[in-house]
Ligand binder design. Sequence first.
Ligand code: C5J
Length: 229
Amino acid sequence: MATHTFPAEPYPLEFDPESTALLVIDMQRDFVNPGGFGEMLGNDVTPLRSTVEPTRRVLEAARAAGLFVIYTREGHRPDLADAPPTKLARGHLACGIGDQGPMGRVLVRGEYGHDIVDELQPQEGEPIIDKPGKGSFYATDLELILRNRGIKTLIITGVTTEVCVHTTVREANDRGFECIVLEDCVGSYFPEFQEMGLRMIKAQGGIFGWVSNSSDVVSVLQRLEKVAA
Ligand code: C5J
């Protein structure tokens, strides 16, 4: 086992590249892009868009270092059989899940808005987990895939910080995975939720995990790349 260290709060995190994966959570057009479902609901997508370029750099470094890369998308079957009626009803939205939205049917698999933004498209061999809930482990085979690969550490990127990122980090933490969340690669429509979401993860000695940033993690991954070369 080759142990390396990521600078992080509340303290540096030791990891082995062989058992470390990059998880990209729900970087879908409908959440992140101008003109999508998120913006239609009245949100400013600027903080989410700002995560794309740092996440692209982390992806590039992770791929070059040979890390396992895995994606999630939130969404439902076209017949909505996997969508709880409570989720469909929530918010009394004029245009909600399953309805025709600005980028196709909202949060329905196969629709344009449901897919990953162009800049971060998965490469061949990088699994995509389609999840019906906020947590990436709920009703998916994510845990099985990670265990089969011997993954123990997750580098976490994606949106939104307080919803799908937080739910996933909590689920992962309870299952014994160590999560390092990159603060400039996760985004929220609400600045106060971004700040508190990150603070909650690293509080109390890292109760849910670690917080770092893209440039520190990319620097470490680039050094690995040189070691491997
Ligand atoms: C939300 C998500 N915010 N991916 N989904 O509904 O965080």
